[in-house]
Design a protein around this ligand. Sequence first.
Ligand SMILES: Nc1ncnc2c1ncn2[C@@H]1O[C@H](COP(=O)(O)OP(=O)(O)O)[C@@H](O)[C@H]1O
Ligand SMILES: O=P(O)(O)OC[C@H](O)CO
Length: 512
Amino acid sequence: MKPRFVMAIDQGTTSTRSILFDHSGQLVAVSQREHHQFFPKPGWLEHDPAEIWRNVEKVVKRVLDDVGATAADIAAVGIANQRETIVIWERDTGNPVRRAIVWQDTRTDAMVEELAHRPGAQQIPQLSGLPLSSYFSAPKLRWMLDETPGLRERAERGEVLFGTMESWLIWNLTGGVHVTDVTNASRTLLMNIRTLQWDPHLLEFFGVPAAILPEIRGSLEIYGTGHGPLENVPIAAALGDQQAALFGQTCFSAGEAKCTYGTGSFLLLNTGTELVASTHGLLTTVAYQVAGEPAHYALEGSIAITGSLVQWFRDNLGLITSAAEIETLARTVDDNGGCYIVPAFYGLFAPHWRPEARGVIAGLTSYITKGHLARAVLESTGWQTREVLDAMNADSSLALRALKVDGGMTSDNLLMQFVADVLDVPVVRPMVAETVSLGAGYAAGLAVGYWSDLEGLRRNWHLAAEWLPDMAPERRESEFRNWTYAVQLTLDWTSKVGPRPGPSGPITEARP
Ligand SMILES: Nc1ncnc2c1ncn2[C@@H]1O[C@H](COP(=O)(O)OP(=O)(O)O)[C@@H](O)[C@H]1O
Ligand SMILES: O=P(O)(O)OC[C@H](O)CO
C-alpha cells in the first residue's frame, strides 16, 4: 500500500508544528506546541533546544494519532525552520551545551560594529551574499565560542557540533547525522554563496573551527531515516522557513515572488539559477537545491518589524485588544492624517541595515486620533514592502507580475489593499495558508517520488483572495516621499543620543 501522506515539521520562532498533507496538497491534520522564550538580558533572546526537540517528538506523535496513522502512512518528512538561530551540542551525548541564540537576539551588535573595521570585512557581502549583521549566525557562534568557558578548545577537538535548527532536528530525528541544508547554510555568513561550501576566509574572519561544522547538503535529498513513530521514514528535505514558503507558494521560476507577513516580513524573489548580487541592501540567498542539480537563488528583503508593531500597539499602547481589531480602528478614518510610524525598534533591516536606527512617529499634530495611528501602523508594513520591492527592481530586471502573500497579517483586508496600492502590483493569497509547512512537505514528497514534478504542484495552488492596485500614482509617490523623510529621522538615532536603558531587542510573546 502506498503511503497516504507527507509530514512537515515547521520549527518556528514561537512554536513547533507538525502537519500532514495529502497528495492534492490539502492539509489533513496539524499539531502545534509553543516553547519558552528566554530573555536573560535586554536585547537577548534564547530557546532551549532540548525543549524544542521534545516538542517535535510530541507534535509528530500527536498528529499521527489524530488521524490513526503510523510510520507506514508517511512517505517522507520535510523540515522548515526558523533560520540563523544557532545550537551547539555534544557529539557524544547529544546534549546542547547551552541555550540556542535566536535570530532576533542583538547581543552581538557591538561585536559586529568592531568586526566591521577589521581587514577582510569588505569582502563579506561578496563572498556570502549577506551584509555583516548580528541577524546572521556567525557572530552568534563566535560569541558562544568566546563566552562559554572551554568551548572553543572543545570545538577545535571536534567534541562539540554546531548547527542551525534544521541541523539539530536532523541529528535527533536520524540518530546522529550531522548535516545542514544549503538554504540554512546560506544564512550563516560562513558559506560561500557561489561554491555553496564553507568558505575558509569567512571561517577565519569569524574564528570558527571547521571541525564544528555540519556537511552542507541539498534541500531535497534523503539525509537519513527516522525512528520511534517515524521508524524508517525518510527525512527527505530541509529548507529555511522563508524559502519553504517560497516553495509552498510554488514560486519555482525566476521572477516569481512571495511575501510572508508575520511578526516580521520576508519578501523573496526567485532569480533562477543566476545569482544576483544586490547593491541595494537585499540578501542573496539560496532558494532551494535539488541534490546534484544547480541551486536556485533568491533575492530577499527581510523586514524586522511588521506584525510585532501591531502587537506593540495592542500590548504597550492598549488601543486595541486583539490584532484583528486594528483594521476596524483604522477604518474609522479615511487616511493617516499625515502621520507615519517607522518601527525601527532595534534598528532597520532591509534595505537599510542600520542597527543604530530607532523608531519615530512623524507628522504628529493635535488632529491625530487613535484611528490615524492604527492606519500608520498598518501602512508602515506596506511602505517597508515598497522599499524592498524598489530595491529588487533596482537590482534585477525581473518585473513582478503579482505578489503571492501568506502569514497572519494577510487576514487584514485594509493592509493587503494598501500593499497592492503602494506596490502597484496585484496581491494574491492561496487557499492553503500554511505555505511554510506545505513547502517542506512538497520538497520531501518530491525527493521520494510521492510527487513527480513541479508542474503538478503548481496545479494545487488555488486562489483564495486577490487585491488589485487602486491608488492614484501622484498620491502613491507623494506619500512614499513622506515615508522616506520619516525613515531619515530614524537612521542615526543612537549614534546621536546614545543607547537607551531598557530592552532594545525582540518583541516576542514570552509565554510557552
Ligand atoms: N488582522 C490583523 N491585522 C494586522 N496584523 C495582524 C492581524 N492578525 C494577526 N496580525 C499580526 O500577525 C502576526 C502573527 O502572524 P503569524 O503569521 O502567525 O506570525 P509568526 O509566524 O511570525 O509568528 C502577529 O504579529 C499579529 O500582530
Ligand atoms: O520563525 P519565523 O516565522 O518567525 O521566521 C523567522 C525567520 O526564518 C528569520 O529569518
